[in-house]
Design a protein around this ligand. Structure first.
Ligand code: PLP
Length: 395
């Protein structure tokens, strides 16, 4: 059965993903099981998505209850779950208004469109430049891949859209030289995820905020990976003592259900009026009811505090590994967005971990990324560290 599934998949599904040769059948908490009954401790969480773990009972109940009440009516009408989630998001962030969509790329697409529209409304028609960072990742649509600072993501899809400039991350002089009266927005991940779990210096984002203020450009934080508790705060910007004008969310908000959100300050959000942007599925009752349960659970079960504590412990254990193995070049990250840069290719380690029942992820060829559910426990981390210690010892 398992081989049949993989054979059919490889025949009929687009070849955009290279998959591991397993069929995952079910999950609970931080554990997954494949169709052969083998279990795995999950340090990937669907790529920083399932922050509350798999098959979370309260989220599943919220989803089922709403599914039995109302699935969808379009945004031509008001619905209760969407309004509740929007209110919660505005009460718990810098933002005054939200736009619901279905993915990270769509949220960034909305942010880029809003930033451009904001200056068009002010009569500044030539002010459409977006400055983003090298090694950034913002999505796969034409606008978001144009914003993305990685050539491999754009290759074959040229010409990319006009008006996107890329500068090195964590380099305030580079931004100072590039930002100007043609810049409508600076688009930046507070911590780069796909680009290699790269954290900025403490003062960098503050300086970015100041340069945006001086030039009256908008600051957009892509918190699609860092948001919803991943770094131990609800939003990563809270670590840095500044606020953006626009922010995007997706990944963890639905704990696996597709949802994206673009959030903005009132004077910026004002640039979108009826008809200027839209999404059929955006903020549908089923998805927003589940997302509401996700954010309530984060607070009710003190998940953020746990994430900070256990993230600190995890990072200490990774640093302990670094002291024992020369193949580890760097350990970095915040909360449970952690990376370990190797001097060797990470793929064999990922494969060996999988054989031993641990799912981990490798980005940029040699950076192991650890983004487990935020409810991960010490004993699960200890088990992975022992596994990595043994594997690295054999390298
Ligand atoms: C995953 C991700 C995206 C893209 O989200 P999709 O839902 O895959 O479109 C954009 N930005 C960041 C920072 C991400 O991590």
């Amino acid at each position: 059965m398992t081989n049949d599934i993989m054979e059919i998949a490889d025949r009929v599904i687009a070849k955009t993903y290279k998959r591991f040769p397993v069929v995952i059948a079910k999950g609970k908490g931080c554990t997954l099981w494949d169709t052969q009954g083998k279990s795995y401790i999950d340090f990937v969480a669907g790529i920083a998505v399932c922050n509350l773990g798999h098959a979370h009972a309260a989220v599943a109940d919220a989803l089922a209850n709403q599914a039995n009440t109302l699935f969808h009516v379009s945004n031509l009408y008001y619905t209760i779950p969407q309004v509740e989630l929007a209110l919660w998001l505005t009460e718990n962030s810098f933002a005054d208004r939200v736009f619901f969509c279905n993915s990270g790329a769509e949220a960034n697409e909305a942010a880029i469109k809003l930033a451009r529209k904001y200056f068009k409304e002010k009569g500044e028609n030539d002010r459409y430049g977006i400055v983003s960072m090298e090694k950034s990742f913002h999505g796969r649509t034409m606008a978001t891949l144009s914003a993305t600072g990685q050539d491999k993501i754009k290759k074959g899809f040229e010409p990319v859209l006009e008006g996107f400039e890329h500068i090195p991350f964590n380099d305030i002089e580079a931004l100072n030289k590039t930002i100007g009266p043609h810049t409508c927005a600076v688009l930046i991940e507070p911590i780069q995820g796909e680009g290699g779990v790269r954290c900025p210096d403490t003062e960098y984002l503050k300086a970015v905020r100041e340069l945006c203020n001086e030039t009256e450009s908008l600051l957009i934080f892509d918190e699609i990976q860092t948001g919803i508790g991943r770094t131990g705060k609800l939003f990563a910007y809270e670590h840095f003592g500044i606020e953006p004008d626009i922010m995007t969310l997706a990944k963890a908000l639905g704990n696996g259900l597709p949802i994206g959100v673009m959030l903005a300050k009132e004077h910026v959000a004002d640039a979108f009026g009826p008809g200027s942007h839209a999404s059929t599925f955006g903020g549908t009752p089923v998805v927003t009811a589940a997302a509401m349960e996700v954010v309530n659970t984060l607070f009710e079960e003190s998940v953020l505090d746990h994430c900070l504590d256990i993230g600190t412990y995890f990072k200490e254990r990774l640093i302990w590994l670094k002291e024992r193995h020369e193949t580890i070049q760097d350990v970095r990250g915040l909360g449970l967005l952690l990376g370990m840069k190797l001097t060797i290719n990470g793929e064999p380690i990922v494969n060996s971990c999988m054989e031993r029942g641990f799912l981990i992820n490798c980005i940029q060829d040699n950076i192991l990324r650890f983004v487990p559910p935020l409810i991960i426990e010490k004993k699960e981390i200890d088990a992975l560290i022992a596994c990595l210690d043994e594997l690295l010892g054999q390298m």
